[in-house]
Each structure stands twice: as C-alpha cells, then as structure tokens.
Design a binder for this molecule. Structure first.
Ligand SMILES: *[C@@H]1O[C@H](CO)[C@@H](O)[C@H](O)[C@H]1NC(C)=O
Ligand SMILES: *[C@@H]1O[C@H](CO)[C@@H](O)[C@H](O)[C@H]1NC(C)=O
Length: 236
C-alpha cells in the first residue's frame, strides 16, 4: 500500500535550528539574489524589484507549523508595506502520504484523518482564493483552539470572504482530492527533500540559515532579501 518511508515528525526541522537561530543575523544572501534574477514580476510598491517568494510546506495540525503561521507568517504578511513585497505560497501536505485508488487519492496524515481534511480544505482555499483572503482565513483557524473544527472553519471562511458552500463542496469532492494531490506532487518535488515541517523556501532556496531566520524573524528575512526600496515597516 503505502511506501515505507523514513518516519518524519513535524518538529524535526526545528530541533537543530533553535540552536543556530542566534547566529544567523548575518545571513548569506548571495544565493537568494541569484534566484531573484530569474523573477521579473514587478512589485506593487515602486521599482521593478521582484517580490520575495515565500513558500511554506506544512501540515495543518502540526503545532510547529501553526506557530510559524501564527507568530511569523501572518504577522509579517499583514504588516501592510511588507506584505506588499511578499508572494506567499501555501502547500498543506507536509509529511503526509498518498496512494491512488481508482480516480481517487487516499491521504494518510501524521495527525490523523482530521488533519487530512483540514489539509484538503486549505488546498481548496488556495485554489479558490478570489479576494486575497487566503492568509486571513488560514490564520483564523490555525490560531483557534481546534483548526479541524468545521464550525470554526466556516466562521473563518465567512470573515475572510470565502463562500463556505463552495469551499466545503470542494473539500468533500473530487476537486479537493485533486488539489491536495497537486500539493503532494509539489512537496515531493522539493530539492532538497523536506526533513520536517514547517519547511520554508525563499526565492526557490531552502537551507538551514533561511529556515532558522524564517522561524525566528521572518520580517527581517523578507526585508533583507528584497532588492527594491526598503518598505517603511521593515526593521532597521
Ligand atoms: C508567486 O510564486 C509562485 C510560485 O510559488 C509563482 O508561480 C508566481 O509566479 C509568483 N507570483 C508573483 C507575482 O511573483
Ligand atoms: C467546534 O467549535 C464550536 C465553536 O467554538 C464549539 O461550540 C463546538 O463544541 C466545537 N466542536 C467540537 C467537535 O469540538
């Protein structure tokens, strides 16, 4: 059935990183700059500087993933002048596994079936996002007592401007199954492969320094990576 893989836990990547997070203030941005050269998207701010691409590979019920969203990603993105230079990509799959069964993909998740359901719901939100409400929606339920509670999810969807009927239909059907499969494909294509979650990629690059600075001081990392005029809300 499921391929036997190295058992990954949702905190593996972090354990070694707390220890180095104190000495990553001087991060080497050469690799990031190289990655940015290929990005020609214009910032909404001013000059032709590309947005800072932040990709998050995670699991909806992993406490460390939730902490990153609630304490780093959402606060940084919702700081208006900094959010404007970010391009955030959410990939809710993490250490899950999948197997094909006819037209369907069967997912197995680290924190059980409830996590799979919340991953699929999030994958639907990523794909159906019409109004830039995605991160507000995700933060709202990830920051709640129980991200798998559908009453809470529905309330959060309404506040963030999603159509709950459309979203929950997606999550219950073939569409959500396909969207979540695409999250699996994206996760499995990571190079280097992820060793835990949250797993953060900035401008196409993942390394220990980027990961450590992202989980401890994302706003600084985003601001220092941006090649355009430094936004006014950036730390010095
Ligand atoms: C945002 O990132 C995605 C990949 O994660 C990329 O496909 C897309 O072109 C980027 N958009 C902008 C505006 O930079
Ligand atoms: C879900 O959340 C609602 C609102 O907070 C609460 O009343 C309800 O008991 C929760 N359901 C479960 C199954 O925990």
């Amino acid at each position: 059935m499921f391929a036997q893989r190295l058992a990954l836990v949702c905190l593996v990547a972090l354990l070694s990183l707390w220890t180095v997070s104190g000495r990553v203030r001087k991060i080497n941005h050469a690799k990031l700059d190289r990655a940015e050269e290929t990005n020609v998207i214009q910032s909404s701010e001013d000059d032709a500087a590309p947005l800072v691409n932040v990709e998050l590979y995670y699991e909806t019920l992993c406490p460390y993933s939730r902490a990153f969203i609630n304490q780093q990603l959402y606060p940084t993105w919702s700081t208006a002048s900094v959010g404007a230079i970010m391009n955030v990509t959410m990939v809710p799959y993490g250490n899950a596994q999948e197997a094909q069964d006819g037209n369907q993909w069967i997912f197995t998740c680290q924190h059980g079936p409830k996590e799979c359901s919340a991953n699929v719901l999030t994958a639907c939100a990523v794909n159906l996002d019409q109004k830039n409400g995605l991160l507000g929606f995700i933060y709202c339920f990830e920051n709640s007592d129980d991200p798998s509670n559908s009453t809470i999810q529905q309330k959060c969807a309404n506040v963030a401007g999603f159509d709950w009927g459309q979203l929950s239909n997606c999550a219950a059907g073939q569409q959500g199954n396909t969207f979540e499969h695409l999250m699996a494909v994206k996760t499995d294509a990571l190079n280097p492969p992820h060793k835990g979650v949250p797993w953060i990629v900035v401008n196409g690059v993942h390394n220990d320094e980027i990961q450590a600075e992202a989980v401890s001081d994302l706003i600084q990392l985003v601001c220092d990576t941006y090649t355009g005029t430094r936004p006014k809300d950036c730390p010095p």
